[in-house]
Design a protein around this ligand. Sequence first.
Ligand code: FAD
Ligand code: NAD
Length: 396
Amino acid sequence: MSTPKILILGAGYGGLLTTLQLQKKLNYNEAEVTLVNKHNYHYITTWLHEPAAGTSSADHARVNLEGIINTNKVNFVKGTVQSIQSEEQTVTLEGGEVLSYDYLVIGLGSEPETFGIEGLKEHAFSIRSINAVRHIREHIEYMFSKYKNEPERTDYITFVVGGAGFTGIEFCGELGDRIPELCEEFDVDPSLVKVYCIEAAPTALPGFDPELISYAMEVLERKGIEFKIGTPIKQCTPDGVLLATGEEIKSKTVVWAAGVRGNSIVEKAGFEVMRGRVKVDEFLRAPGHENVFVVGDCALIFNEEGRPYPPTAQIAVQEGETLGDNLVAMLRGELPHKFTPHLQGTLASLGKGEGIGQVGSKKLFGSTAAMMKKASDLRYLYKIGGVGLAMKKVKL
Ligand code: FAD
Ligand code: NAD
């Protein structure tokens, strides 16, 4: 019998943890494991708001796969997945290379959800990859330098963040720290710079604890962020945004942080999806496909009340670990374990030394939350790359 082929698509939280678990647990020749990823690095998506604002470098959020993948055990293919043909059990990469599999793991992450709003795809930025955030940072700096030459163009120094979910809030926290630095660097009067955080729902961070929301908004307002709550963005143009209230905000920088959907490759492959996410069974299998597993933001799972879990790194990591173990079990003819998320809480940063969090019934504010977030980052880095990576990356 030939060696079973396990093909993993995407080296994000879900795909990487599946790979590392297989790397750790499989014996030589038990399976041929291949990991395909667009880049030869993994990125810490949960930090991307920092390099986007320019408060840390994009390199800081990159982790070279070379240092954490054992190429004696895992074949790494640097390539971009173009399509999945589940009937033929193959995956096609850009450039035409075709890879076959016995077991497929889809961990291709998410795409911005634009809800069909006109102009967003064309004119807004989004915080989604190393290259995307480098672009945002450079664009913001360019806007400051352009403003110096055309001081009547206040749209150059007006910034719009669409969505006050966790991504929008964390990005505003960083932007609030970065703007004074940029004003200093480019000799711009800080009082002229505007940052709007625009939220459709009646509150920022819908569904989160009200006391923590108030705290977050106060911190960000102190940093100069102006909230427009209960005000959906209706349209984005090359000149700014149009709000449902009829108000127009002129801005050359619109960052769309108003939600995500699963990678469109999954839907195009014919899997049944809701907002691009496959409603997986308790073993993380795509319905009707015994050998196709989905992890991370491409997977949709529900809690006991029938409500979907939000797409988070926390859940993607747990899915990857469980799936890695289950694949090993299945190869050995043992029974797989059902996946149940163990939620450890939510921690969000609000810029340097500031944060909010909820761990069990405990609410965390300010530097305590920021420290807990660093500890959680440290745990993750240790998990994927040991003490060396944790020490190299964590900023204390
Ligand atoms: P990702 O981590 O996005 O990885 C997908 C991988 O697939 C990437 O390596 C990508 O390059 C690769 N890929 C994509 N398309 C292709 C293709 N066609 N071919 C080959 N490779 C491809 N969650 C938390 O739990 N805690 C947090 O504090 C937190 N903070 C966040 C902060 C920000 C700014 C953002 C944007 C998100 C945050 N999240 C957080 C959410 C979390 O980052 C995601 O839920 C998580 O990254 C999902 O993991 P994933 O493995 O599905 O995908
Ligand atoms: P989200 O869906 O959590 O929040 C998006 C926000 O945008 C919502 O509040 C929504 O009401 C708003 N919105 C939607 N349409 C709008 C419109 N037309 N105009 C204005 N506002 C609009 O999305 P996200 O913040 O990108 O987060 C994505 C996932 O990543 C979530 O599961 C989140 O929990 C997770 N995440 C977690 C953390 C953390 O734990 N620290 C940080 C970032 C992201």
